[in-house]
Design a protein. Structure first.
Length: 316
């Protein structure tokens, strides 16, 4: 569709966006009323939300609108999975200037739709607002299916720490783009469109995970949240971390440390969880450390010598 948001108008835009996305099987009343109705057979609803702001979370010269839509959905759906729940629906807020091409907004919703399809979720509704800055706000809902939520405060000394998904790939992709390159594409695409291991979240709950978190701000930073909430020390074993040869090659070419990407790089949306020692874990879960008495996060028994992840209000 040609033209801009200003040409289409608020209600024309809403109609075009709604037509782009299915509501999914969990939405009994979708867009068109003051609010949507989403089924919650469990009787409890897992809810989370995130913002993506142009220039802060994405650049239109680095990512297509479709990429941004996939990423916006993924980071919220991953948070639902990190609670041990199954995602059911998204609510979308879109802010943009009147001269934003209508096609960009439609492609954004195509990305949202296709990422929802990975987990069987739908788009239940949302809002659009004129703004100088393109901003995407996503609220995700989920169903625990009768299970207790897996929270950050359940880790206990003696547990093992395991990860499902990739670590450091998005950070490598961001570094590649920052140096003006577009390859290796595997890392660039991991930054543009993360692929969280959604089903590993509910699977971990079934396996008896004692705590779990979505790795969005970096492994050390996010394990730090688990450490503080649980009142334990978490020790990461560097020789258990997966640092692919190609990542090492890229880091060498850019003068970077690939282990730093793995330990502190965010936006891969892997899942990190703790399990009782002796739990038989599927191959997708890699044991990378242990839980001990004490506080904080260490690497090979020592305080890490790298900064610990992303902080939106860091002035450094």
């Amino acid at each position: 569709m040609s033209g801009t948001l200003g040409d289409l108008g608020e209600f024309g835009l809403i109609g075009a966006l709604v037509a782009r996305v299915p509501t999914g099987p969990h939405v009994s009343l979708g867009p068109g009323d003051d609010a949507a109705v989403v089924t919650a057979a469990d009787g409890r609803v897992v809810a989370t939300m995130d913002l993506l702001v142009e220039g802060r979370h994405f650049r239109r010269d680095w990512s297509t609108a479709y990429d941004v839509g996939r990423k916006a959905a993924a980071q919220n759906l991953a948070d639902v999975a990190a609670m041990g729940a199954v995602p059911t629906a998204l609510l979308i807020g879109l802010c943009g200037p009147p001269d934003l091409p209508t096609g960009w907004a439609l492609e954004l919703y195509d990305g949202l739709r296709d990422e929802c399809a990975v987990v069987g979720a739908g788009v239940a509704g949302g809002d659009v607002v004129g703004s100088d800055t393109v901003t995407v706000a996503v609220t995700a809902l989920g169903d625990l299916q009768g299970r207790a939520p897996v929270v950050r405060s359940g880790a206990r000394p003696g547990d093992v720490v395991a990860v499902a998904g990739w670590l450091g790939w998005s950070a490598a992709g961001l570094a590649i783009l920052g140096h003006g390159h577009r390859a290796p594409r595997a890392f660039v695409e991991a930054h543009r469109r993360p692929e969280p291991p959604y089903d590993a979240g509910p699977g971990a709950a079934v396996l008896g995970a004692t705590s779990m978190i979505d790795v969005s701000d970096g492994l050390l930073a996010d394990l730090g949240h688990v450490s503080r909430a649980s009142g334990v020390r978490i020790d990461v074993l560097s020789d258990r971390l997966d640092v692919p040869a190609q990542m090492r090659d890229v880091a060498r070419a850019l003068g970077a440390d690939p282990l730093n990407w793995v330990l502190t790089g965010g936006e891969d949306h892997a899942l990190a969880a703790t399990f009782p020692a002796g739990t038989a874990l599927p191959a997708r879960w890699r044991v990378i450390g242990r839980v001990h008495t004490g506080t904080g996060v260490t690497v090979d028994g020592r305080d890490p010598d790298v900064a610990g992840g992303w902080d939106h209000f860091d002035r450094g």
